[in-house]
Design a protein around this ligand. Structure first.
Ligand code: C2E
Ligand code: MG
Ligand code: MG
Length: 595
């Protein structure tokens, strides 16, 4: 009770004429426009600390119970002391200054001020003081709010928002901010910085074999090693998964020298990362692919910069991993071109810009037994685009699935039309099918559906596969082929001799035909190796009981050589170019007339 009474009663010990702090309390109450009882209630029950100061002497006149509770000093230990004499302010000079400021300005506010408790702990407080002028006498009331818990929560929130929870490294958000700061600083200083994208090689394998927990342990260790390799002002961040990003600041004003320094850092990083990791009782080795882009100032957007480093990283992956690649603008150009084609390709599928060309397949001297359909893209600006310029991209982007389906449907529709025409009815159509199409789980169902919906005869359809199909899941491929073969569809192995076929697979694949690749046919008359390969393929097909056809036959001499080697089916410019449907139907009719 004494606490509050102090300010409410005139001090009997006051020797001076000038009202003391205690004596002026009535005035203070007036100034505060509160009644005595109300002020006392507030003072005693407040959940903020309240400290009353003598504005002249800086002595503490009173403290409320809550301040006593949070700081741990007794009431007596406060009273009569100067602000800086209690020991609650870690910095004496600062608390003297603070008092001066209160005296001169009347009002001070600190959002985050450290105070020391009697037990020695530092707590964070919000400190606001107000001075009240009561008829010429100054009353100072300091409100002190303990924000230690709130600060901890804020810090935790910040940590969650800006740091990766697994490794404790900055996350994407903080990285972007640091990158922005680095750009601004480098634009002022003219000193190059580097942005590094790093992706661990084959990290997925580790996750798959040792489990995600071990993957997490590895990521933590990688984060620690990376942090040890860089300087204090640099940033090591984790974007997620096994992707880390580093910002190396203040490299050099000369770009070449900056690149040299970056290389040295990356060398150090790689050496550190290549050391074995101890994951439980397993020792694991790991490498990283690194892409770098150098920057100075903010001529390019943060997003653009990130893309450059990412691109360089992919280049480094493609060049065989465990390497470093610097971004170069040609790389970007190639990617932009590719993205443009991909866009075009998507639109082309929607807008049906594709047509099929038909190239005759000949048996014996000149009997047309069918055609291979070859895709052509009628580009509205570029004209006719050959498949070499878009099939690989279509395969990589998965667009080949849509495209391949369209080709099959168009070919089957054509077979149905031909079935009603006497001279065309016996022809077969060979359709190129990509490995990606065959690998779809419902490939068999798709083909059978197309046959059913179009009404085409499976006996007239031949699917051309490539040897790339034999790299993975051969058993599954064999099963699918057998299911389709049971319906009457035949299979040819395209570009034979250029791929990976092993004899054992070849024996087990339910094939009907081998197609000698045109690269052997081209020099068959001049290169004894090619001639020998072509002959061997013919012999092989005979021993496996498979039909044989040669592609890329351009001259009569090539045809004759092939015939003398035992190959009697051909495709090539010597007989016919790939033609639009009208052109192809015409040569079939002409050949009939000639026959
Ligand atoms: P491919 O299946 O080996 O097709 C044969 C290629 O050789 C065709 O090239 C054809 O025009 C060309 N050719 C034919 N005769 C001769 C000749 O006497 N001399 C020379 N030098 N070349 C000849 P094209 O049409 O450019 O097709 C290239 C490749 O694109 C095809 O090779 C095939 O792998 C792929 N392709 C074409 N259409 C499709 C399709 O509908 N689906 C899939 N997945 N791939 C296709
Ligand atoms: Mg083909
Ligand atoms: Mg071929």
């Amino acid at each position: 009770m004494r606490n509050t009474r102090n300010i409410l009663k005139t001090s009997p010990s006051s020797p001076t004429q000038k009202p003391t702090f205690n004596a002026m309390s009535d005035l203070a109450l007036k100034a505060l426009r509160v009644s005595e009882s109300r002020y006392r209630r507030l003072f005693e029950s407040a959940r903020d600390g309240i400290l009353l100061l003598n504005a002249d002497t800086a002595q503490i006149e009173d403290v409320n119970p809550y301040l006593i509770q949070i700081l741990g000093y007794s009431h007596a230990e406060f009273l009569g002391k100067k602000l800086w004499e209690v020991g609650t302010f870690p910095d004496i000079a600062e608390s003297k200054n603070m008092f001066l400021k209160i005296q001169t300005e009347g009002y001070v506010r600190y959002d985050d001020l450290p105070l020391r408790t009697k037990a020695g702990a530092i707590i964070a407080v919000e400190f606001v003081s107000n001075s009240y002028d009561c008829e010429g006498t100054i009353v100072i009331q300091c409100n002190i709010r303990n924000i230690t818990e709130r600060k901890k929560t804020d810090e935790r929130i910040k940590e969650l928002a800006f740091f990766d929870q697994l490794t404790g490294l900055p996350n994407r958000l903080l990285l972007l901010d640091r990158l922005k700061q680095a750009m601004i600083a480098s634009s002022r200083s003219g000193i190059f910085c580097a942005l590094l994208f790093m992706d661990m090689d084959n990290f997925k394998n580790l996750n798959d074999t040792l489990g995600h927990d071990m993957g997490d342990v590895l990521l933590k260790q990688i984060g620690q090693r990376l942090t040890l390799c860089v300087r204090e002002g640099d940033t090591v961040a984790r974007l997620g998964g096994d992707e880390f990003v580093l910002v190396l600041a203040g490299l050099n004003t000369d770009k070449a020298e900056a690149a040299k320094r970056t290389k040295a850092v990356v060398k150090k990083i790689m050496a550190a990362l290549n050391q074995p990791y101890h994951l439980g009782n397993v020792s694991h080795n790991c490498t990283a692919s690194v892409g770098v882009t150098l920057f100075k100032g903010n001529h390019i957007s943060i997003d653009g910069l990130m893309k450059q480093a990412d691109l360089a990283m992919y280049q480094s992956k493609e060049t065989g991993r465990n390497t470093l690649r610097f971004f170069d603008p040609d790389m970007e150009l190639a990617v932009m071109k590719r993205a443009a084609i991909e866009n075009d390709l998507r639109r082309a599928i929607d807008e049906k810009q594709f047509v099929l060309f038909y190239q005759a397949q000949i048996e014996g001297k000149n009997r047309i037994m069918g055609a291979e359909v070859l895709l052509r893209w009628q580009h509205p600006q570029r004209g006719q685009v050959p498949p070499a310029e878009f099939i690989t991209l279509a395969e990589e982007t998965g667009l080949i699935l849509l495209l391949g389906k369209w080709v099959l449907e168009a070919a089957c529709t054509r077979l149905v039309v031909w079935a009603g025409q006497l001279e065309m009815a016996n022809l077969t159509i060979a359709v190129n099918v990509s490995a990606k199409q065959v690998r779809q789980p419902d490939f068999v169902g798709q083909v059978l559906n197309i046959l059913k919906s179009t009404g085409a005869s499976p006996h007239r359809l031949k699917l051309e596969l490539t040897e790339s199909l034999l790299i993975h899941d051969v058993e599954e491929t064999i099963e699918k082929m057998l299911a389709l073969k049971a319906q009457g569809i035949r299979f040819s192995l395209d570009d034979f001799g250029t791929g990976y076929s092993s004899l054992s697979y070849l024996k087990r694949l339910p094939l009907d035909q081998l197609k000698i690749d045109r690269s052997f046919v081209r020099d068959i008359l001049t290169d004894p190796n090619d001639a020998a390969i072509a002959r061997t393929i013919v012999t092989l097909s005979q021993s496996l009981g498979l039909a044989i056809i040669a592609e890329g036959v351009e001259t009569e001499a090539q045809r004759n050589f092939l015939a003398s080697s035992g190959c009697h089916a051909y495709q090539g410019y010597f007989f016919s170019q790939p033609l639009p449907i009208d052109g192809f139907e015409k040569i079939v009719q002409d050949a009939r007339i000639l026959a």
